[in-house]
Ligand binder design. Sequence first.
Ligand code: GYE
Length: 336
Amino acid sequence: MLNRRNFLTAAVGVAAAGGLAACAKEDEGGSSSSDGNGGGKKITLGFAQVGSESGWRTANTKSVKAAAKDAGYTLKFSDAQQKQENQISAIRSYIAQKVNVIAFSPVVVTGWDAVLKEAKTAKIPVILTDRSIETSDDSLYVSFIGSDFTDEGRRAGKMLETVLEKAGHKGAVKIAQLEGTTGAAPALERAKGFKEIMDADHKDDWKIVVSQTGDFTRAGGKQVMAAFLQSNPDINVLYAHNDDMALGAIQSIEAAGKKAGKDILIISVDGVKDGFVAMSEGKINGIVECNPLLGPQLMELVKKVNDGETVERRIKTKEGDFLQEQAKDALPTRKY
Ligand code: GYE
């Protein structure tokens, strides 16, 4: 949800579309000690973040900042407000500042080759975190650390089977899908994995009747769900690519006089605290976890890359699946 600070940041971005200085927020973190860096020269890491669109993202940003501080790195951090051009400007500015390593979480999958070639020419290694890219040149990044989104989509499909069974659902399954940001890896792949399960096992009984992006935000989820309910009042399942959109959608479902989690069964992805609260209230039926706490693992990787060590090309994060009966027990120990 847009809090006041995010709203102001977004407003500034809109008013001053253009260069990084005006458009994206940039700040510096890190501690002045050299602990965690073998007492050698401090590592400077440039991190180009997607934005502040969701609870997941807020937790991810916190984790990156805290881990950089603990590792004793100088962190240059920028928030692209979900705009690729802002991220490209941020990466260019990190190249100009000659940082040791660049890490970024790409807003969308395509369109990175030119700027990554500039980083390669400047001999600055690049790590992808959270989201992947499509490129024909694998030498443009050293490693990708993050979740397997296609698998998350499959897990969501499997979870829906369980949820329908538990609800004693009979008859047609009319699904509304709230997609993440258009062209973003988690949106493309969460849709793909879910469709795999549908095509393999539910060709006749499940149908996606409407599908549109809600841009991974609460406001987007709310607005798009309201339109879905107008055009397709007989929807009985919602598959949301993240919790924030599901939470926004619940507001529209309730405004339409329907019961979230009963009249419309809801599956979402992430597992942020607010999602768990809604699940413990019976409003979300199942959540596929996607772990945002990538900071510590990322900093280890940065150190290795900076030291010239060979690193794994693909590092996957571990996560679980949660249904309503686990929500109350899991809530107190949720870390994000
Ligand atoms: O699921 C969503 C966020 O890239 C995994 O981005 C991340 C996704 C996450 O906005 O909430």
